[in-house]
Each structure stands twice: as C-alpha cells, then as structure tokens.
Design a protein around this ligand. Sequence first.
Ligand SMILES: Cc1cc2nc3c(=O)[nH]c(=O)nc-3n(C[C@H](O)[C@H](O)[C@H](O)COP(=O)(O)OP(=O)(O)OC[C@H]3O[C@@H](n4cnc5c(N)ncnc54)[C@H](O)[C@@H]3O)c2cc1C
Length: 383
Amino acid sequence: MDFTPNETQQLITDSARQFAERVLAPRAAELDREGGFPRDSLAQAAELGLLGINVPEELGGVEAGAVAYALAVVELARACASTTVAMTVSNMVAEVITYFGTEEQKTEHVPRLCSGEYVVGGFALSESGAGSDPGGMITRARKTERGWVLSGAKLWITSGTDAGLFVVWARTNDAAGPRGISAFLVRGDAPGLVRGKPEHKLGQHGSTTTPLEFHDVELPDEALLHEEGKGFRVAMMALDGGRIGISGLALGCGSAALACARDYALERTQFGQPIANFQAIQWMLADSATELEAARALVLRAAWRKEQGLQFTREASIAKLFTTEKAYAACDRAIQVLGGFGYTREFPVERYLRDVRVTRIFEGTSEIQRIVISRDIIRRFDS
Ligand SMILES: Cc1cc2nc3c(=O)[nH]c(=O)nc-3n(C[C@H](O)[C@H](O)[C@H](O)COP(=O)(O)OP(=O)(O)OC[C@H]3O[C@@H](n4cnc5c(N)ncnc54)[C@H](O)[C@@H]3O)c2cc1C
C-alpha cells in the first residue's frame, strides 16, 4: 500500500499548509478571544480553491479528490479549527449539490460556493427537537402552484450568520420519520429567512453557530434538491463525506497539540533537566503519536474509498469516532505536559482542547457513529 501523496495531493497539502501558516495561524488566537466570523480568511481560501477541493473543475472546483481534501483539512485545522469548520461545511454543501443537483442547480450554485461569492455554504438539518434523530424534524415545506413554502426553525447552523446559501431539510409529506423529508436550496437573502444570534460556545469561537427561522419562505420548484421525499438520503450521503472532513479537523487539532507538547517538553526544565527526559512525559508523547498515526490511516482509508467510488459509510464513521476521541485525548495530554501553562492562554493547547471537543458531537455524536458502524457490521461483515 502506497501512502505517498501523489503530485496533486502534495500540491493541495502544501498550499493549505502555507495558507494556514501565513493567514490562519497569526489570527487564530485573536479570533478565539474576540469571536466573529473570519470572512476575509475565507475569501482568501476561496481564491486558493480551498472551498471546492473535491469539486469538478468545470463547476469552479480544483477536482483534487477526497484524499487531497482530507490532507488539506488537517493542515488548515492545525492552525485554526474555527475557520476550517466553515470551510468543511461549505465543501460538503458544494459536493452534495454536485452529486444530487440538476445541471441548472449545479451551474447556478456550485461555482458561487467555490469562488466565495456566497461567502460559504450552510447545512441546515438539526432542529431543537431533532438532533441525533433528524427524522423527528418538524420544519415543513408545503407545495403550492408556484413552488414551495417553507416554515419552521433550525438550530446550531454553522456559518448561520454569513452563509449565502443553505441546504435546508423539511418535511414535505406525512410519511413517518425520514421518509417524508426533502432537501431544498435556500439563498441567504430569501425573504422570510431570519438568522438568529450566535450561540456562546466552549470553543470554535470564530465559527458562528446560529438558529435559523423560516417564516413562509417562498421557493421555486427548482429549489428542490433531488426528489421529493428523498432528502434523508441526501443528508446521509453528505454526512458520510462530512465525517471525513470532521475527522481531518480533529486530527489537525490533535497534531498541533502534540507538536506543542513536544516542543515544550524539550524546553522546560525541572529537577535540573528537560522534562522530555522523564518517562512519564515520553509516554504521553508516545501515546498521542501512536493514536494520531492510527487515526490518520483511518481518515485516509475512508477518503480513499470515497475517491474510488467504494462504499465508505462505515469507514467514515470509524474514522470520525476514533479520530475525534483520540485527538481530544492528545489535546488533554498536551495540557498535562505543559502543566500550569497548559491551562492558560499563554499557549494554544487549551484552545485546541476546546476547539476539538465539539468534533465528538456534531455531524453525528460518537454514540451515533457506534450505531452506524454496528449496523453496517451486522448488515455486511466482511473483515
Ligand atoms: C458547534 C456546533 C455546530 C453545529 N453545526 C451544525 C450544522 O451546521 N448543521 C446542522 O444541521 N447541525 C449542526 N449542529 C448540530 C449537531 O449535529 C447536533 O448537536 C448533534 O447531531 C447532536 O444532536 P443534539 O445536540 O440534539 O443531541 P441529542 O440528539 O439530544 O443527544 C444527546 C445525547 O444523547 C445521545 N443519544 C441520542 N440518541 C442516541 C441513541 N439512539 N443511542 C445512544 N445515544 C444517543 C447523544 O449521543 C448525546 O450524547 C452543530 C452543533 C454544534 C454544537
């Protein structure tokens, strides 16, 4: 098995790393302190093609593939998880329209997502009563002669303050659970769409997470993405790919924490020697390095399967479950290695820990990943 990135993958990785070091890293601490939405950084990311990494060139993307995408996300998240999460969601929206959209939908929306004209895309599935169980949603879209009328509310929408386009899921018929749900493309300036105030969160302060309200939002027939009543499939396919992105995001945070812990351990002396000489510290570094290396292999394997057109639902969930849990552990150990300083804003490791925590919750909690994995094993046990 060859783990060497090909030329395109290396190019995207290098470009993401340079962008992360030059633009994201110098702004990350302030963004975390002050909050807000990193519009300028995202515009620069769009110029480099980072909002359409796995999108065909003819739709404005760079068509570098799912592996290149995962590698790039790791590099970006090393510097700033907040900005990276907006990018991963936007890439996911561009990809899902590319996959399910009509020719008109693709040419109308995907180039605008890739170029940054829409700022970023948003993914509006969750509701106050429907998180792990989106089949319980109550937002509705009613058919009219002119198209659809959307009413209801969503919660927790990443980039909800600024996204220029949302994929919004709504119930369109009375079939129980997931079967009555459809997906719609809703522009950010649609009359009747009200963006709520961002939530106060533990971490990822530079990513806005807001409620959205839909007050009889009129949509044309062409706003329906894929077929009526088939929206759940759209959401699940998008989330399979999204979970590779979130795994990359977590891996970036964990890797940055390990690097910081290593550097500190070499610098800091106690008992007359660098703390890196103590076996207790060495073992923490070794455990993090081992787990993150394994996580990287899982992320790349899921991305590779996606790129080959193979089934990757189980692999994406395995990657997300393992990577997010182990990256969190790596951030926690990094704080331990730094001692008291690890607990302060003097060093970025406390930010990495706060930022990585949510990766075990969004795009399916760790418990939901275990459900997805076990269901798939029971259905097709092949290893
Ligand atoms: C910062 C942030 C950004 C987000 N961005 C978006 C976004 O852009 N778009 C979007 O649509 N959503 C978004 N979300 C929502 C996110 O996907 C949900 O929070 C997540 O799916 C969990 O749903 P919930 O919060 O309602 O928790 P619940 O579903 O209420 O779960 C609570 C607990 O119960 C557990 N649980 C639930 N069901 C089961 C079960 N069957 N078996 C075992 N345990 C179970 C869960 O694992 C969890 O531990 C975001 C959330 C956050 C915090």
